[in-house]
Design a protein around this ligand. Sequence first.
Ligand code: DGP
Length: 116
Amino acid sequence: MMSEETIFSKIIRHEIPSDIVFQDETVTAFRDISPQAPTHILIIPNKLIPTLNQVTPEDEAVLGHMVTVAAKIAKQEGIAESGYRLIMNCNKDAGQDVFHIHMHLLGGKNLGKLVH
Ligand code: DGP
């Protein structure tokens, strides 16, 4: 099982520069380096979980907190009413590039329908 640290662990520890918009003892949120929408923020657990396949029932509070934080950031960004999308990619077919689970918060434009 892959459980090596990624660049995201360095971001959590402030060892490399990033635009952190929120951090507490459980999660960190920062702007995506390659934004796909006017607002594109990643919300990650401070604990390393490589993919959604390694999530356990003990992680449920952390995952729930990620959603709460995402909704709070959406308000701060002024996109709560216009709308936004939360995405988590798992493994190859979803195009997961960084093996530290992360929730994409996308908004600030019409994102189109993903699922019809
Ligand atoms: P995914 O394809 O779901 O694994 O998304 C990985 C995202 O992480 C991608 O949108 C780009 C972003 N990313 C990768 N490396 C860095 C980095 O060093 N800093 C920041 N801010 N974002 C990064």
